[in-house]
Design a protein around this ligand. Structure first.
Ligand code: 7PJ
Length: 392
């Protein structure tokens, strides 16, 4: 028996260990390790002439590029492409593209940056562990799971301290529910809800506090009161928000939402849910940078349940690692959300185990922050999965 088997998706270091164990020459290990890592890289908006050169370059390195028919006979203005190859082939092609026309040198740079972002460990702006837990503290009367529970200030402070004790790496304070069908509240109302809580909590806890708001005035007052991070579920769409975030110079979470909370769950539609959300992030990151926000301060979040049906949410979760190609830490908020209710046929009180399953998958798929209601349980899940993933 040769005892053949297909190997798991192991990372660079493990591949090198395996080659050493087989007894390869040390030079051979360096040459062969990049041939053992395979990638599919998608790009859009290529000039069809450039796409044809790209295909030739990959083919001459024994890789492959899928292009549209319209790109082959130059009948379209631009094309999507799917590049397929080993790390070694990507490196070789990148070198050759530097000499080519049709914006191919810039494509080479983007491929290089994308592969680097995807493969490298990501740092959070405030440092610490690679995967961190954000505890949710809603000071709203109407949030779907904890609405009304922590609206009194002393209850909110108690809850924040409890989450910190349970291992929360940050606390997210929100004064406006964004559940489907919810209505917006005024700036004054939101400030009245969150400011006293931030002022009470900030001096008591050692972990950063984020303010869940899309309004520039609330963001500013909250930071003055002691908040360290802005969590914007509207993705910097409120007028003046990008400039405000830049001026405050704090980390910001840009979340994707299709539509508005009032009507976002009425038949949401995408061409390809992950591609469409990534396009949104590319556009928002550019806009934020133009307004003066530092790239290192941007965290992205695909926004589970915000203008997405069950199938959309599941596909986002299955392909979560793709978002780390953008070079920003990724946050996931799946805790007790209604997609779990749809899968399990359970109310929000009984969705803890489903939430932990989603959180565990997210750790494996390179997510940097998990926004959750159940801190102690999630911290255990994160530590377990992180220890396992460190083995590959
Ligand atoms: C999210 C959020 C989320 C971010 C809410 C709930 C609904 N902020 N705020 N990501 N969800 N960044 O608490 O489940 O998924 S409100």
């Amino acid at each position: 028996m040769f005892q053949t088997r297909v190997l798991s998706d192991i990372r660079r270091q493990k591949i090198k260990e395996l080659l050493n164990r087989i007894g390869c020459d040390p030079k051979g290990v360096e040459i062969m390790a990049p041939k053992a890592e395979h990638f599919l890289v998608y790009a859009r908006g290529l000039d069809p002439r450039g796409a044809n050169i790209l295909k030739q370059e990959f083919l001459s390195s024994d890789g492959e590029v899928a292009v549209s028919w319209g790109a082959l006979d130059i009948s379209t203005k631009d094309t999507e492409v799917l590049m397929m190859g080993t790390m070694d082939q990507f490196k070789r092609v990148e070198g050759k593209l530097e000499e080519q026309p049709f914006d191919l040198p810039r494509l080479a740079e983007e491929i290089n940056r994308t592969l680097r972002s995807y493969r490298e460990k990501r740092e959070l702006p405030w440092g610490g562990e690679p995967c961190q837990v954000m505890g949710i503290l809603n000071v709203t009367p109407d949030s779907f799971y904890d609405g009304g529970r922590y609206s009194r200030e002393e209850d909110a402070v108690k809850r924040a301290l409890e989450m910190e004790k349970n291992g929360a790496d940050m606390i997210d304070i929100g004064g406006e529910s964004t559940r489907p069908g919810s209505e917006r509240v005024s700036v004054e109302e939101e400030l009245e809800r969150v400011l006293p809580v931030i002022e009470e909590v900030a001096p008591e806890v050692d972990v950063p506090i984020s303010i869940d708001t899309h309004k520039p005035r609330v963001a500013e007052e909250a930071v003055k009161a002691g908040a360290d991070i802005i969590n914007d579920v509207f993705g910097l769409r409120k007028e003046g928000m990008p400039e405000k975030v830049a001026a405050l110079d704090v980390p910001v979470i840009i979340m994707h939402m299709q539509g508005r909370p009032k009507d976002m769950q009425e038949d949401p539609e995408y061409d390809d849910v992950v591609t469409d959300i990534c396009s949104f992030f590319y556009e928002r990151i550019e806009l934020a940078k133009k307004a003066g926000v530092k790239k290192d301060n941007i965290i992205i979040d695909p926004g589970i349940g915000f203008g997405k049906n069950l199938e959309h949410n599941l596909e986002i979760l299955a392909r979560l690692d793709e978002f780390s190609s953008l070079g920003c830490p990724v946050l996931l908020g799946a805790s007790r959300k209604s997609f779990l209710g749809e899968i399990l046929d359970k109310r929000s009180e009984n969705r803890l185990y489903g939430s932990l399953a989603a959180a565990s998958l997210a750790v494996e798929k390179r997510v940097s922050i998990l926004r959750v209601h159940d801190v102690a349980e999630t911290v255990d899940a994160v530590e377990t999965i992180s220890s396992i993933c460190a083995q590959r």
